[in-house]
Design a protein around this ligand. Structure first.
Ligand SMILES: [Zn+2]
Length: 152
């Protein structure tokens, strides 16, 4: 945090610019991979199937809807600032494990725009694109989060 960037900056060193660039398709478009030998789906994507060791693996974009498997409501750690254009309920942050329509598990990710007391395991979720955090050099990192899917 300084006068140039009033928000708390992320200094933990886990998600840096280069890593964010390498992970851009999976974090922006939810792209994983599919093994053409055994049909297993992977997220994050990989180049060799972890089940049958086949290299015949192709990229696959997963659907932006899923089901909440389990979640945890907790306090924000100091290095994760409550910024990013989503509604924050105090210092509370809801982390979730989500099962997509295809059966792939994604997480931990955030559930946003919903009061924590209304979040239930098994509820339908829809992917949204949000700001995640600000890096030490001032770059914004973007990624997906989940909101309750009221359209079904
Ligand atoms: Zn396989």
């Amino acid at each position: 945090m300084n006068e140039l960037y009033p928000e708390q900056m992320y200094r933990h060193g886990v998600l840096r610019t280069t890593k964010a660039w390498r992970q851009r398709t999976e974090r922006y478009r939810l792209v994983g991979s599919e093994c053409r030998s055994c049909g297993t789906l992977w997220w994050p994507g990989r180049r060799i199937c972890g089940k049958c060791n086949s290299r015949d693996v192709v990229e696959r974009q997963f659907s932006p809807v899923g089901e909440l498997v389990t979640h945890h409501v907790g306090q924000l750690p100091w290095y994760v600032p409550p910024v990013g254009g989503f509604e924050v309920y105090g210092d509370t942050r809801t982390m979730a494990l989500v099962r997509l329509q295809e059966g792939v598990y994604v997480g931990p990710t955030d559930v946003v725009d919903c009061p924590p007391e209304k979040i239930r395991d098994g509820m339908r979720l829809r992917k949204v694109f949000r700001k995640l955090r600000r890096e030490g050099n001032g770059n914004w990192q973007y990624g997906f989060m989940w909101i309750p899917d009221d359209t079904v």
